[in-house]
Write a protein that binds this ligand. Structure first.
Ligand code: FUB
Length: 322
């Protein structure tokens, strides 16, 4: 799978989160559609209403669409913009973590539960207590603890918070100040809430200094993902307005992480978003671009390509325009 493969042709899909459950590959993307909302810096044109789940027995094989697994109308607290999501498994139950705006247009993270990885998922009545911003991903440790990571600036509203509290005049730090960090928290035993106060996941440069807010080529924007390779944690993310997928590594899940480089150069479209998953002995990068829609930034299509490391564990950069 050295040549990228588009996975779905009949719907627009983005932000794919891939996991292997019971030997089968499951993918949980956002579901883009033409809602007619004008494009702006808040991302209002990403006006998604529901999620589908997909599965594959083989990376080159058939992709099964399991249909709608959660609809905004079934989430009592949500109003619009069902953005990036992820799914975790514990004790025979599957937990869908998703970003959505509440009735006051504030982003939170919701949880929905199912007995099957393909759903449908039943949402909780309230968002996770103390949750804010977007783009959750869940990492299961070797000790079977689960951790949630998230955050996104600009339309993702992370700049409206400091120390997990909303601030009166939300904004990004000055260019020479440390950039805003993605967040991490251990999940509660029942998987429905944070088990601790969320912490900053720090990304350092080659001199051990936090990446600066003005370093748009490297600083965190959105799209958190964690995987472990050869005993090290790899935190990967999007740089947003410079359109790259980058990564940083650490010996500890909580960091600090040290910036390493680019995983994927800019794709056709504005956003770039991904997951990294090992399946049948190979590593894959799931991501999206806007080629099939003719470049419409709000109509994206998910794809997969093999991801390779060099002998030192560095990820070999993939060209986004391939
Ligand atoms: O799909 C909506 C938003 O676009 C996601 O939540 C972001 O990461 C970006 O891909």
């Amino acid at each position: 799978m050295k040549t990228p493969r588009y996975l779905v042709e009949d719907l627009y899909t983005a932000d794919p989160s891939a996991h292997v459950f019971d030997g089968k590959l499951f993918i949980y993307p956002s579901h883009d559609f033409e809602s007619g909302v004008a494009e702006n810096d808040n991302g209002d044109h990403f006006n998604m209403r529901d999620y589908h789940a997909y599965s594959m027995n083989d990376i080159t094989g058939e992709v099964t669409d399991h249909g709608v697994i959660l609809d905004v109308d079934d989430v009592p607290w949500a109003s619009r913009q069902m953005w990036d999501s992820d799914v975790a498994h514990k004790n025979g139950k599957y937990y869908l973590y998703f970003s959505a705006k509440d009735k006051n247009d504030v982003f939170h993270i919701g949880v929905a539960v199912s007995a099957k990885p393909e759903g449908p998922f039943i949402p909780m009545k309230h968002p996770m207590m103390g949750s804010y911003s977007i783009d959750p991903c869940v990492y299961q440790s070797e000790e079977k603890e689960h951790y949630i990571l998230w955050g996104g600036i600009w339309g993702g509203q992370l700049q409206r918070y400091r120390d997990n509290k909303a601030i009166e005049c939300g904004g990004e730090p000055a260019d020479n100040e440390p950039s805003l960090c993605p967040k991490i928290a251990r999940l509660s035993v029942d998987m429905l809430e944070f088990a601790e106060e969320p912490k900053d996941l720090l990304i350092l440069d080659e001199n051990g200094e936090p990446l600066k807010a003005g370093d748009h080529d490297r600083r965190f924007f959105e799209a958190s993902w964690v995987h472990k390779y050869n005993g090290k944690f790899y935190f990967s993310y999007s740089t947003g307005n410079t359109h790259k997928l980058c990564y940083a590594v650490s010996d500890n899940l909580y960091g600090p992480y040290t910036y390493q480089g680019v995983i994927l150069t800019p794709v056709v479209g504005w956003t770039t978003h991904h997951s990294i998953c090992e399946f049948k002995g190979k590593w894959y990068l799931f991501h999206h671009d806007c080629v099939p829609s003719g470049g419409k930034t709000w109509l994206r299509s998910m794809k997969v390509v093999e991801l390779e490391y060099d002998k030192d564990g560095k990820i070999i950069t993939i060209e986004g325009t391939r």
